[in-house]
Ligand binder design. Structure first.
Ligand code: GSH
Length: 213
């Protein structure tokens, strides 16, 4: 059995749930990190000592001995590879690297850009209420999204010219978060069109564009 553990408003959990849906996989979703299911508990720490979600459990892996994975992007890649879905994660080294460089960029440059503004404006974190820092984060967030705009203007429909891949899952969720956060948005028409294009996918509507930023 496949299990995805993590609260459903976590962007990293949603990447894995969206990937499962694209792969048509049956999964049990357990919302650790919400309500009574504390990430500080010994039960959860035994699965991920870092105390972060998502965690993916695959009871069938390793000939039935099972596999427990942390790191959302690793989980998405594992699932695509497990299902032989080379359309989502190409086998050829160059094509795969093109997909992965967007995934890495999302987890590093883009994530760092939005963190302060998102935590301050959406999560209402008391530690992230400095107005100048929110403005600086929003400006950097717009600047980083400008790189996606540039790419989409040349590829046309998706992050790479390879069609819909795992890169679009992580970037689709990032685009959703950017759209939903009350900052002054840069004018990025190709990003807006991308958001609408992804919205034609039922799995994005279920796990991405579902009202939660
Ligand atoms: N690099 C990790 C980051 C995981 C992460 O930061 N998860 C957040 C939720 S998006 C978390 O568990 N935060 C602690 C909490 O919810 O208490 C990944 O991609 O899976």
């Amino acid at each position: 059995m496949l299990e995805v553990l993590g609260r459903p408003n976590s962007i990293n959990v949603r990447k894995v749930l969206w990937t499962c849906a694209e792969l048509d996989l049956e999964v049990r979703h357990v919302p650790w990190g919400a309500g009574e299911l504390s990430l500080a508990s010994a039960e959860f720490r035994a699965l991920n000592p870092m105390g972060l979600v998502p965690v993916l459990r695959d009871g069938a892996a390793h000939g039935g001995r099972g596999l427990v994975l942390r790191e959302s992007h690793t989980q998405c890649r594992y699932l695509a590879a497990r299902e032989g879905r080379h359309d989502l994660l190409p086998q050829e080294a160059g094509a795969r690297a093109e997909v992965e460089q967007w995934m890495d960029w999302m987890a590093t440059e883009l994530n760092n850009a939005w963190r302060y503004a998102f935590l301050g404006l959406v999560r209402r974190s008391p530690a992230h209420q400095d107005a100048a820092a929110i403005d600086a984060s929003a400006a950097e967030w717009n600047r980083q999204m400008g790189f996606l705009e540039q790419a989409l203007q040349s590829t046309g429909a998706h992050a790479t010219a390879l069609g819909f891949t795992l890169a679009d899952i992580v970037l689709g969720l990032a685009t959703h978060r950017w759209v939903m956060t009350p900052i002054e948005h840069a004018d990025l028409p190709a990003v807006q069109a991308y958001y609408e294009r992804l919205s034609e996918r039922p799995a994005f509507l279920a796990h991405g564009r579902n009202g939660m930023p």
